[in-house]
Design a protein around this ligand. Structure first.
Ligand code: ATP
Ligand code: NI
Length: 360
């Protein structure tokens, strides 16, 4: 097995504010293999952006601080390298794409000039060669008539087309890793789907790894190889997209999946709110909202990640000694569904039961 391209290890990122220390990322570890798409998912405020921006130290420091941990990129610890070294990696070997394409484009320059600049920043090529490559990139990301549009200004493109331009710019230096933070959230649904398909195609073509941040599990199903489920600064569950969708094993993951709109339903939020990251609850961060919480969940440290299947890890006491994980995984639920109508989970909804009990 080759080393992962990116290995985030025991990362602790905090914000030292007047009101106290916000522990936004609190001991997060995950790997990204070459050519792999890893989705980081979780509710708003769970630390997804802070974790991903810390990879290239994009968070404001101060008030931000990487208090502990390592970010190994191709074996080099990016938390320890010089700012100069980091600048050459940013936009070069690691490219970021953000939610709002507007913020990545300069309104006073034509898009082509901006892509040419991005290319020439990281590659020693002539202006003409860079311009040809810019046209090629615009074409590859699906801008129609790229040759004619290269000298257009950002405002002459629609939101979806602008995001394509930004993606072309991110690809300019042929990065090994693309970090995309909710790149489709601001776009309408059809455009979202097109951009996701585009990223999937480009990944294969450019042989990139992608870290994709989203709070939308529908998007995860669409593009992820592996998934990191975050909650309140912690990794709650991690595994392949099949592990997480077919055998969700943390009550939080299950709750997120239950929020996915089913037939004729709209998105439902999980009950309760995120904990205060300045004073997180003792024990499992999710216990105040968890229907299965026991005294063990309410005391001590947040549970360790435990391996439940190869490559599938869960931070929940139910996978430790003395507990029956079937209660969470639902093996017991489907059993009892067949016999007593599935009264194990608290949210028994009689209408759901009559329509087959499919709560997803
Ligand atoms: N500059 C800052 N100063 C203080 N706290 C911050 C700062 N930036 C982020 N935080 C806090 O860090 C926590 C994690 O935020 P983050 O943006 O990573 O969440 P997220 O999972 O990306 O959410 P979203 O889905 O809304 O983008 C939040 O509680 C947020 O308020
Ligand atoms: Ni975010």
């Amino acid at each position: 097995m080759t080393d992962p391209l990116l290995s985030v290890r025991d990362l602790h990122v905090q914000f030292n504010t007047d009101d106290g220390v916000v522990r936004a990322v609190d001991g997060v570890s995950f790997d990204v293999a070459r050519g792999e798409t890893v989705c980081v998912v979780g509710e708003s405020g769970s630390g997804k952006t802070v974790a991903c921006e810390s990879v290239t130290r994009l968070i404001p420091m101060p008030p931000g601080e990487i208090a502990r941990g390592q970010v190994l990129f191709d074996g080099e610890d990016l938390t320890a390298v010089s700012e100069k070294r980091l600048q050459s990696i940013r936009g070069g070997r690691i490219a970021h794409v953000f939610q709002n394409p507007q913020s990545a484009l300069n309104p006073v320059y034509p898009v082509g000039a901006q892509i040419v600049e991005a290319i020439r920043l990281h590659r020693d090529v002539s202006k003409q060669a860079a311009r040809d490559r810019a046209i090629d990139l615009l074409d590859r990301v699906g801008i129609p008539e790229a040759t004619a549009r290269i000298d257009d200004y950002p405002h002459e493109f629609s939101g979806g087309m602008k995001q394509r331009v930004v993606i072309a710019m991110a690809l300019a230096a042929d990065p090994d890793l693309l970090v995309a933070d909710e790149p489709t959230t601001a776009l309408d649904v059809t455009i979202q789907a097109q951009i996701l398909r585009l990223l999937r195609d480009l990944q294969a073509e450019f042989d990139m790894s992608i870290v994709f941040v989203t709070h939308d599990l529908g998007v995860v199903a669409e593009i992820a190889d592996r998934v990191v489920v975050m909650y309140a600064g912690k990794v709650m569950e991690t595994g392949s997209v099949h592990d997480v969708f077919d055998r969700p094993s943390h009550p939080y993951t299950k709750a997120l999946l239950d929020c996915l709109p089913g037939q004729g339903q709209s998105m439902r939020p999980i009950g309760g709110t995120l904990p205060d990251l300045k004073q997180p609850p003792a024990g499992c961060r999710f216990h105040p909202r968890c229907p299965h919480a026991t005294a063990d969940c309410r005391a001590g440290d947040h549970p360790e990640l435990l391996t439940v299947d190869e490559g599938h890890e869960v931070a929940c006491v139910y996978y430790g000694p003395g507990y029956d994980s079937a209660v969470i995984r639902g093996d017991a639920v489907s059993e009892s569904r067949a016999t007593d109508g599935g009264a194990v989970v608290a949210d028994t909804d009689s209408e759901d039961e009559s329509s087959g009990g499919d709560s997803r």
